[in-house]
Design a protein around this ligand. Structure first.
Ligand code: FES
Ligand SMILES: [Fe+2]
Length: 370
């Protein structure tokens, strides 16, 4: 069974994916539909009409509502059935109300909140420095489908020692894995509500993207920062930058990134990544080269590895159940898993107590005919 932290924002879709047509997507094991009303605001409701279970995503948007394609009930963004063409007064049908999730848009992403709607405040989403400075960074965005539990993707990002083995192109093939690991220092910092894995490689040349796309000299020693800041449940603010040894950090080429992994099901995930760059901002061919670079690294190297790992784990989604051995480089993923597990356990304990805050009103079991 999929176990998640409920009181947190999760990425549902890129804003540009939710335009004229409703968007159907499985998120946290639930069929959802996203749609944008006439006023431009986005809603996310259950993608199943409570009458004969037609998918609302196959329906039409009418004003700020979505009309069921089968018999015409209309639902607003709060999940209320506000129009019933079969009633004399065409009025609302409260018994047909369906679940809606709080949503908001930030950083070109539609975020949804699975937990208590009263706690769904914009401040609960971490701020990402480079995404607050559109004048300084050009952006490209990608979305991958990963056939693995979402925490396996987080593990992958919090232990970047794998890069020396499965992403040889990052170093242009100039260094062995042992050289790359020996030149990298790592320091784990546990903060209130986040974990920072500081990671700095010094004295080797820059990565191939910095050389091939941004003109850095492959032989000039640089500092390369790959510090990752994790916020629960799966929000990763990734600093990627290289600057010459002896120079200031600000002089370097920086490719900062936001990664977010939303569980689709227990064993599959949506992997959102937004990548910035502070050089060659207005060149579409560089956009394409960046996307190709990330497609290779995340889509054709990380994803198949995570998929193979998940397959080896069988029907287990929590890797700790299988008693993995640990290496020093596992400190960050292990710490993140512990923090998340404690938060989920606290939520579940609170939910099990009396008087817990509920989700949006679910529909009544017996439909009222009119
Ligand atoms: S299935 Fe939606 S109105 Fe009948
Ligand atoms: Fe990777």
């Amino acid at each position: 069974m999929l176990s998640i932290l409920k009181n947190a924002w999760y990425a549902a879709a890129y804003s540009h994916e939710v335009e004229a047509e409703p968007l159907a997507r499985t998120l946290i094991d639930q069929n959802a539909v996203l749609f944008r009303g006439e006023d431009g605001a986005v809603g996310m409701i259950v993608n199943r009409c409570p009458h004969r279970f037609a998918p609302l995503s196959a329906g039409k948007q009418i004003g700020d509502t979505l009309e069921c394609p089968y018999h015409g009930l209309r639902f607003n963004r709060s999940g209320h059935c506000v129009f019933n063409p079969h009633a004399k007064n065409k009025g609302p049908l409260r018994a047909a109300d369906i679940k809606a999730w709080p949503v908001m848009e930030r950083y070109g992403i539609v975020w949804f909140w699975p937990g208590d709607p009263h706690r769904a405040t914009p401040e609960a989403l971490p701020r990402v420095d480079f995404l607050e400075k559109p004048e300084e960074y050009a952006l490209v965005r990608g979305l991958l489908h990963v056939r693995g539990h979402y925490e396996l993707v987080v593990d992958n990002l919090l232990d970047l020692s794998h890069a020396a083995f499965i992403h040889p192109q990052f170093s242009g093939g100039n260094y062995t894995a042992e050289q790359l690991l020996a030149a990298t220092s790592q320091r784990l910092e546990r903060r209130e509500g986040s974990i920072v894995n500081h990671r700095l490689r010094s004295g080797l040349g820059p990565s191939s993207a910095h050389v091939n796309l941004f003109g850095m000299d492959a032989a000039t020693p640089v500092h390369t920062d790959t510090t990752m800041t994790w916020y629960p449940p799966a929000f990763l603010d990734f600093a990627v930058g290289s600057w010459e040894v002896g120079q200031e950090r600000e002089t370097g080429v920086h490719i900062p990134q936001l990664h977010f992994i939303t569980p689709e099901t227990e064993f599959t995930s949506h992997y959102f990544f937004v990548n910035g760059r502070n050089r060659r901002q207005n060149e579409p061919e560089v956009d394409k080269a960046m996307l190709d670079f990330f497609d290779l690294a995340f889509g054709r190297q990380d994803e198949p590895m995570i998929e193979m790992v998940q397959r080896n784990m069988g029907t287990v989604s929590d890797i700790n159940e299988l008693d993995p051995i640990l290496l020093p480089t596992d400190a960050a993923p292990v710490s993140a898993r512990r923090m998340l597990a404690a938060m989920i356990a606290a939520e579940q304990a609170a939910d099990a107590g009396p008087g817990t805050a509920g989700d949006n009103p679910a529909r009544a079991d017996s439909p009222a005919l009119s």
